[in-house]
Ligand binder design. Structure first.
Ligand code: AMP
Ligand code: ZN
Length: 499
């Protein structure tokens, strides 16, 4: 049985009960233009799309997911003028366009990996689908949707009756915009399907076509690659909210004109990551990469956690303090989970019940701030054993993708000394000498408590806490020592007074 899922559809401007057309659910996401590093704003959008996919899987759906790589044709201006971003990137770095594309695609894939974003089923590159694009333009030409100017083949938006509907464009305002210079375009909303190579300049990327040597427009890439790999209509089409007005209106017009079918049933758009005066943007110069975060000792998953502080449809303002707070929350959360005793029996029904508010949150248009709050509720929940809490969180983490229970095992030790069970949890592996002294002190404290020598027991607890070690007496009679970091624990080792 599939779980009921509600998603906000930009097309209908409301939250809708998700009822896919295809099985598996077909998802198309507009991918990166690989002329520069992706910034953490771009990555916010891919994190939101990854959450969507993970939620669908958690709800019982199979998913077929395609994300394109734009390695040609994305011009600097949305008005089909200016340089190709790829050629501009190549000139900036004194490399070939192909080298630029390969390098930045590689870095992007690495970012995706570190952020724990699941790979799509297909990463089609625009440059490998030129013939599919030419075929689609031929179909559009045959159906009378195109016209030719001196610099390319254009889509005539006045022939596509509902062009303004998707982005709720105001035709009056658009007509006013037509007073600005739009070259040979007949309407301001018309867009290039195929651009001719400039007569005076040799482009690095160009192809023969029925209309002359040139390269595809950016919008046709997505329509052609979506058609190549997915059914029409696709179930969900995603992107950042900057794509609604032009790119997605254009994708809809050309796809629907070419196939005669609706292009996508649900449209989901992620809001911007904002910094300083506005949207984080490569062109604005106000952008931060994942690498820059790592140089400040943050992990990619700290950033993923930060993204969960806002719903995907609200703008999120980036700040280093905000990121630090999220990194701290993630670390605390992992510590609390690491301290759970995982050896007890698990009642699956209780685990599912404990997860109900988590599922309510994710099925309510991917409400991740509420989903994270639900994890804290699970940790506090009475009547749920440690093992059940851990099982519930492990399941929730298939959606959160925060590796909440990964890596804890490697730094968990369980030691018997003088008949006392001591467990040690640490964020990293510990040296034997620190483990020995931790165990020795923990055992002494335990004996002191049994002998009601509370002064000594408390003295040892203070010593631990000064060294960054949290001591907890567990219901199973063991003592749990959680080590924040090895360096601080070293202080304990070096300055240990004799008891
Ligand atoms: P691009 O590589 O520029 O084509 O953008 C890749 C994705 O990032 C697209 O879905 C954009 O809509 C999205 N995007 C661009 N800037 C931001 C931002 N500041 N915050 C969130 N998403 C963004
Ligand atoms: Zn697209």
């Amino acid at each position: 049985m599939k779980k009921s899922l509600y998603l906000y559809n930009t097309g209908s401007v409301k939250k809708e009960h998700f009822q896919p057309v295809n099985d598996p659910v077909n998802i198309y996401c507009c991918g990166p233009t690989v002329y520069n590093y992706a910034h953490i704003g771009n990555l916010r959008t891919y994190i939101f799309e990854d959450v969507l996919k993970r939620v669908l899987i958690a709800c019982g759906y199979k998913v077929k997911h395609v994300v394109n790589i734009t390695d040609v044709g994305h011009l600097v201006s949305d008005a089909d003028t200016g340089e190709d971003k790829m050629e501009k990137g190549a000139a900036r770095e004194g490399k070939t366009v192909w080298d630029i594309a390969e390098y930045y695609t590689g870095v992007f894939m690495q970012n995706i990996n570190e952020l724990n974003i699941l790979d799509p089923d297909k990463w089609p590159k625009a440059t490998e689908h030129i013939s599919q694009m030419i075929d689609m333009i031929k179909t559009l030409e045959h159906k009378g949707y195109t016209y030719k100017t001196s610099d390319g083949i254009y889509f005539d938006t006045t022939k596509f009756e509902n062009y303004c509907d998707f982005a709720k464009l105001d035709p009056e305002q658009l007509r006013a915009g037509e007073r600005v210079d739009m070259g040979e375009k007949r309407a301001v909303t018309d867009f290039a399907l195929w651009k001719f190579s400039p007569p005076d300049k040799k482009r690095q990327m160009e192809w023969q076509s029925p209309w002359g040597k040139g390269f595809p427009g950016w919008h046709i890439e997505c329509s052609a690659m979506a058609l190549a790999y997915l059914n029409q209509p696709v179930d969900i089409h995603c992107g950042g909210s900057d794509h609604i007005r032009v790119h997605h209106s254009n994708e809809i017009a050309q796809s629907e004109a070419a196939t005669g079918k609706p292009f996508a049933k649900y449209w989901l758009h992620g809001e911007f990551l904002v910094m300083g005066k506005g949207k984080m943007a490569k062109s604005g110069g106000n952008f931060i990469t994942l690498d820059a975060l790592k140089k400040q000792d943050f992990s990619a998953l700290d950033y993923r956690m930060f993204c969960y502080t806002a719903h995907y449809r609200t703008p999120l303002t980036f700040s280093w303090e905000g990121l630090r707070a999220s990194a701290q929350s993630l670390s605390n959360l992992k510590k609390q989970i690491g301290a759970l005793n995982e050896n007890g029996a698990v009642n699956r029904k209780k685990v599912d019940e404990a997860l109900s508010s988590f599922y309510d949150a994710i099925c309510d248009d991917l409400n991740m701030p509420r989903a994270v709050a639900a994890i804290y509720e699970i940790l506090r929940k009475e009547g749920l054993s440690d093992s059940e809490k851990r099982a519930a969180i492990e399941k929730a983490d298939t959606v959160l993708g925060l590796n909440l229970t990964v890596g804890l095992e490697k730094a968990q030790y369980q030691v018997q000394s003088q008949g006392k069970l001591i467990k040690i949890v640490s964020e990293s592996t510990l040296s034997d000498s620190i483990k020995d002294v931790l165990v020795k002190n923990a055992v002494q404290r335990k004996i002191a408590r049994e002998e009601k020598n509370f002064a000594l027991a408390d003295g040892i607890r203070d010593l631990f806490s000064a060294a960054g070690v949290i001591v907890k007496d567990m219901p199973d009679g063991s003592t749990l020592c959680t080590v924040k970091n090895e360096k601080e624990a070293q202080v304990l080792l070096e300055n240990k007074p004799e008891h």
